[in-house]
Design a binder for this molecule. Structure first.
Ligand code: APR
Length: 312
């Protein structure tokens, strides 16, 4: 049986476990610093085993060594941004958390593929890459899958069709600068502009961009977790089953799309080794300009990181 570890048994971590468990594809270990939290949630999941036909093991611990030899490790550990906390405070806190987590991953799971979820995503992915010392393809960020599924939902809702029949890609950094690709969006295989005019599509692009914020506004004390958990599960499944699926994810770029040494959301081929391939497609001048703005925002985040962070 393959093994997946989820670090951080909070909202996104536990929801990811739920969706992965439903697939029966791997044993699951949850690790959290809060005493008893991961144990409690694991036991609660197992209580449903008879009803949900689980034949995998689900365990929880605050001992990192329990993730030993995982095939995939998902990093959701971190703190959400609280009132009064600026971007720099959030970055410093989450960097200090993922630094420890990454060192443990390198120690116990040297062959794992790591999916980073903790925000600010593209910057935290960079820290995980440096701290684990893993190959570039082995550290990937979850963002594009989530942004794309939101965009698919908004289009499907508007047209009254099944969201699975809407195909699209949302590139760029995970944040206000995300870049939904209109030209590559289709419904049942037909270009979306056969169904919707430009102004309507723009409304849905705006809603996608504000998707995370809209949930925060409703929840008040936290951020989204069902769609993020489902997005994590999709990536985990692609890797565990070596499905070679194409989806948007944050990957380390070395010249692709004209960007160097940065994480950014691009189309990737996901398989057992993580990012098996970065897929380069042609962008319109507008899309390229939007992606440039996105890459610049990530670059600013990396510059912020470098004011206080040294690997090791
Ligand atoms: N090791 C393991 N777990 C940790 C550590 C650590 N060093 N530090 C914090 N945690 C745990 C917390 O105890 C908490 O249970 O991480 C969990 C985070 O869960 P939530 O606070 O519920 O946050 P969540 O909504 O799951 O978001 C997690 O994903 O989407 C991003 O922006 C989001 O960065 C955030 C992350």
């Amino acid at each position: 049986m393959k093994k997946v570890s989820i670090i951080g048994a909070g909202n996104v971590g536990a929801t990811s476990v739920y969706y992965i468990a439903e697939k029966n594809i791997a044993d699951i270990v949850m690790v959290d610093v809060v005493e008893g939290l991961a144990e409690k949630k694991a036991l609660d999941f197992l209580h449903s085993a008879a009803l949900r036909n689980y034949n995998i093991s689900i365990t929880g611990s605050n001992d990192y060594s329990k993730m030993r030899d995982s095939d995939v490790v998902v990093v959701t550990a971190g703190v959400p941004r609280k009132p009064g906390m600026n971007r720099m405070d959030l970055l410093k806190t989450n960097v200090s958390i993922v630094k420890i987590v990454s060192q443990k991953i390198a120690q116990y799971c040297p062959n794992a593929v790591v999916i980073v979820v903790t925000n600010p995503l593209d910057i935290i992915a960079m820290v995980v890459l440096r701290e684990t010392g893993f190959a570039l393809k082995k550290v990937v960020g979850m963002a594009g899958a989530l942004d794309s599924t939101r965009f698919r939902y908004f289009i499907a809702e508007r047209l009254g069709v099944w969201p699975g029949d809407v195909m699209t890609m949302v590139l760029g950094g995970h944040g206000d600068e995300m870049v939904p690709l209109k030209g590559y969006t289709s419904v049942g295989g037909f270009p979306v502009n056969q169904f919707l005019d430009d102004a309507s599509i723009e409304v849905m692009i705006k809603r996608t961009r504000d998707g995370g914020g809209e949930i925060v506004k409703y929840l008040k004390t936290g951020s989204a977790f069902y769609a993020p958990g489902a997005s994590v599960a999709k990536m985990v499944e692609a890797i565990i089953k070596d499905e070679r699926r194409i989806m948007a994810a944050s990957a380390y770029l070395r010249g692709e799309y004209g960007y160097h040494n940065t994480y950014l959301g691009v189309p990737v081929l996901l398989g057992k080794n993580g990012v098996e391939k970065i897929i380069t497609i042609e962008l319109t001048p507008d899309e390229k300009q939007a992606l440039d703005a996105s890459a610049n925002a990530v670059r600013e985040g990396i510059a912020m990181l470098e004011t206080f962070y040294a690997p090791g």
